[in-house]
Write a protein that binds this ligand. Structure first.
Ligand SMILES: Nc1ncnc2c1ncn2[C@@H]1O[C@H](COP(=O)(O)OP(=O)(O)OP(=O)(O)O)[C@@H](O)[C@H]1O
Length: 277
């Protein structure tokens, strides 16, 4: 088992002092894992992300980074380790050109100018944003802005990356590009956490799934296990991914080899069924 980089235990947070957005949320993050965070609207996913990267301070509960307790004064450590790509790019973008936007974070770290320039070029290359570097971000499309916000956190060189519904404004080509970027970041050893309402993506992409409901984490584990928990799915109003559903129906009718695991792609299922192209 990989080491735990971040541990949240019984986190409580309320925006208004009346209703708890986090209501005893506990979750571990493992180094280098791909974790998909699921849950209905208002379940507490974004609030949890904001606590994890130090923007919000939980009212109660404990957070540990590399096994060390994070108190109110150590929130800066969380900001440095965990970068967040906001759900709405306009909440994140502040500068007047794409290049200035991407340089904003590293400049705030008071890094030497040459180091800032190097990080900016790398992030712009990585996200294929060089042709946009002099453009005002507010003139870009939703998908292009999303790429800018990802470049923002790449320039910070955080090892824990939190993506709040990154696929929401992307067309199919944009989704493919995002998945390719996520694959590269995973290969680089980053810890990736994504909140999403796309069950098919979560099943295909994640090593683990965490399910939020009313400010708590009801389950965390292997995608097959979590998605096959029919009670959990019903309670949280989630639906299993289409591929797993089809696989389980075929398996129930004896069409797949006994003991076979469900593949992650339709091509994998086709190969398993012995009808390779
Ligand atoms: N800035 C805010 N001020 C007051 N209440 C808020 C604020 N942000 C979120 N909330 C409330 O906190 C609760 C949790 O919201 P949160 O945004 O964390 O959920 P979520 O799981 O990310 O939802 P979604 O899937 O819709 O993005 C909700 O009841 C929401 O109304």
């Amino acid at each position: 088992m990989r080491e735990i980089v971040f541990r949240a235990k019984d986190l409580y947070f309320s925006y208004d002092g009346k209703k708890n957005a986090l209501d005893g949320a506990s979750l571990d993050l493992y180094a280098g894992e791909r974790l998909a965070v699921l849950g209905a609207n208002g379940a507490g996913k974004s609030t949890f992300f904001l606590c994890l990267n130090g923007v919000l301070t939980p009212d109660r509960g404990t957070m540990l980074l590399d096994g060390e307790l994070i108190g109110k004064k150590e929130r800066g450590r969380l900001c440095r380790r965990a970068g967040i790509v906001f759900q709405n790019a306009d909440d994140q973008i502040i500068a007047s050109t794409v290049a200035a936007e991407v340089s904003f974070g590293p400049m705030n770290l008071r890094l030497p100018e040459a180091e800032v320039a190097c990080r900016v070029e790398h992030a712009l290359d990585y996200m294929e944003l060089q042709p946009f570097r002099a453009r005002p971000p507010h003139e870009l499309s939703g998908g292009e802005k999303k790429r800018v916000t990802i470049a923002d956190i790449l320039a910070m060189e955080n090892d824990i990356l939190l993506f709040d519904e990154p696929g929401a404004s992307l067309d199919p080509a944009g989704e493919e590009r995002l998945e390719a970027v996520l694959d590269r970041l995973h290969a680089d050893g980053r810890t990736l956490v994504i909140s999403t309402h796309d069950m098919d993506f979560a099943y295909r992409w994640a090593d683990r799934i965490a399910v939020f409901c009313a400010g708590r984490v009801l389950a965390a584990g292997a995608p097959e296990t979590v998605f096959r928990d029919t009670r959990l799915m019903a309670r949280t109003h989630l639906r299993p991914p289409l591929l797993l559903d089809v696989f389980d129906r075929l398996a129930a009718r004896g069409f797949v080899p006994a003991g076979a695991a469900c593949p992650k792609t339709p091509d994998g299922l086709e190969a398993l069924l012995g009808r390779e192209k």
